[in-house]
Write a protein that binds this ligand. Structure first.
Ligand SMILES: [Zn+2]
Length: 440
């Protein structure tokens, strides 16, 4: 008797990855991964198969390659020619340009990020911040990388540690009204509401009354990071006790470690009963010596977050690029990965991609691939408080994934991005998409 033709099975939107290694904690685990393009989430294969009787539409054999949660960059100033700290005549154009960056960024493995503003005038913050907030409920993989809210670096910074921020726009806050006047009351969100487009601010806690104002920022769900600061060890401790949970680009634009005054870095060596902060590290080979990066990692691994601090020259050829700095306009010169303020030797951010930082870090530290990827996935997600949905391959998390090949270069393994998935859909593929293997 001929076999009965099975009725056409309704599509479930589920993709199963098989023959792959998943980044889970500090290990690479050989396990299948099921994702849903309908919910945009990682699904439990057990629950889908046994409870919902849902089978995958497609099975993809990865030939032993690595799947990591999508990368998270918590300090990105712009990319592909667009600087987020730009005031455009036609503000609608701003939203369009921001979307273009997000679409380009996803191919770099960064599936979510904090668009970062350097110190600017109040007028710019008030116009631009509404475009940079988290997408809250809009889950379109076609939009590319996702904003998790703005990182506003300044202007409540120390002029002695301004880096490339214009001293002319730096402010001191005595009261919370000073902060509201700068960013705009609406942009700070309501107390206990968590509805601000700002997810993180970098502040110099020793300026004005900033340390005392940190709790008010925290009540609005805004993370406080210490940076561009001349704080002493003691002043940094006060800020952490007030609720600061992060340090912006550790070592850069702050007092260096001195054996009699350990400065901000010192809090990473503080006693166990202190909630030690997370910290950003720029592993571009220019901002920090490789050994300095390793010292930071070995001091407090659970807090170590790689960031690019990339400027809008990321992805562009070498040359001089105009840069709006507060009220003034100057040029930044890009030579390879180096960015300098024209006519000076001041480092002006970086033009590196996050995966290049991860590969540098792998080489310098000799750490494992999952430990290196944790610094751009699980650790930033924990810092942001979104570890249930981001930076994880557990069921229920967003299906934001990077598929990596490994390549041996100069004796060390480098990670190469083959594919990026956003909300359970393929958003980028290096080379042509291979036909699915073993589709049932
Ligand atoms: Zn900075």
């Amino acid at each position: 008797m001929p076999a009965a033709v099975p009725p056409t099975r309704p599509r479930t939107g589920i993709t199963r990855f098989t023959n792959c290694r998943l980044v889970k904690g500090d290990s690479l685990v050989e396990e299948d991964l099921w994702v849903s393009s309908q919910s945009g989430k990682i699904v439990s294969s057990q629950a889908a198969f046994f409870d919902d009787l849902a089978l995958p539409d497609e099975s993809i054999d990865l030939g032993g390659r690595i799947i990591s949660p999508g990368l998270i960059d918590v300090q990105l100033n712009g990319a592909f020619g667009f600087n987020f700290s730009t005031l455009l005549e036609d503000t609608a154009q701003y939203g369009k340009k921001f979307l273009e960056v997000k679409k380009g960024l996803v191919a770099t493995g960064v599936t979510s990020f904090l668009p970062t503003l350097t110190s600017q005038t109040s007028g710019l913050y008030q116009k631009v911040l509404p475009y940079l907030g988290p997408s809250r409920g809009i889950r379109r993989f076609e939009d590319g990388s996702e904003s998790l809210g703005a990182h506003v670096e300044g202007p409540f910074l120390n002029p002695a540690k301004n880096g490339i921020h214009s001293k002319d726009v730096l402010l001191e806050a005595q009261t919370f009204e000073d902060i509201e006047a700068c960013y705009g009351k609406a942009n700070l969100g309501a107390r206990e509401s968590n509805n601000s487009p700002m997810t993180m601010v970098t502040v110099a806690p020793e300026r004005g009354q900033m340390s005392k104002l940190i709790p008010e920022l925290r009540k609005r769900g805004i993370i406080c990071s210490i940076g561009h600061s001349a704080a002493t060890y003691e002043e940094a401790l006060v800020a952490i006790e007030a609720g600061a949970t992060m340090i912006t680009h550790l070592f850069n634009a702050m007092r260096p470690l001195h054996h009699r005054n350990p400065g901000i870095f010192g809090v990473l060596g503080a006693a166990e009963n202190l909630q030690r902060p997370y910290f950003g590290v720029i592993a571009d080979g220019i901002h920090l010596h490789p050994t300095t990066v390793n010292i930071a990692f070995n001091t407090f691994r659970e807090g170590f977050i790689l960031v690019t601090d990339a400027m809008h020259m990321m992805g562009l050829p070498d040359g001089a690029y105009q840069w709006t700095n507060g009220d003034a306009t100057s040029n930044i010169v890009k030579v390879g990965p180096t960015l300098l303020l024209e006519g000076t030797d001041t480092i002006a951010g970086s033009s590196i991609s996050l995966i290049e930082c991860v590969n540098n870090f792998l080489k310098w530290s000799g750490t494992t691939i999952p430990a290196a990827l944790k610094t751009v996935t699980a650790t930033p997600a924990a810092m942001l408080g979104c570890q249930e949905t981001k930076g994880s391959l557990n069921a229920g998390a967003d299906a934001d994934l990077v598929i990596f090949s490994e390549q041996l270069k100069g004796g060390t393994t480098e990670l190469v991005i083959d594919e990026v998935w956003k909300f359970g859909n393929r958003a980028y593929c290096r080379g042509p998409v291979k036909p699915p293997h073993g589709t049932k």
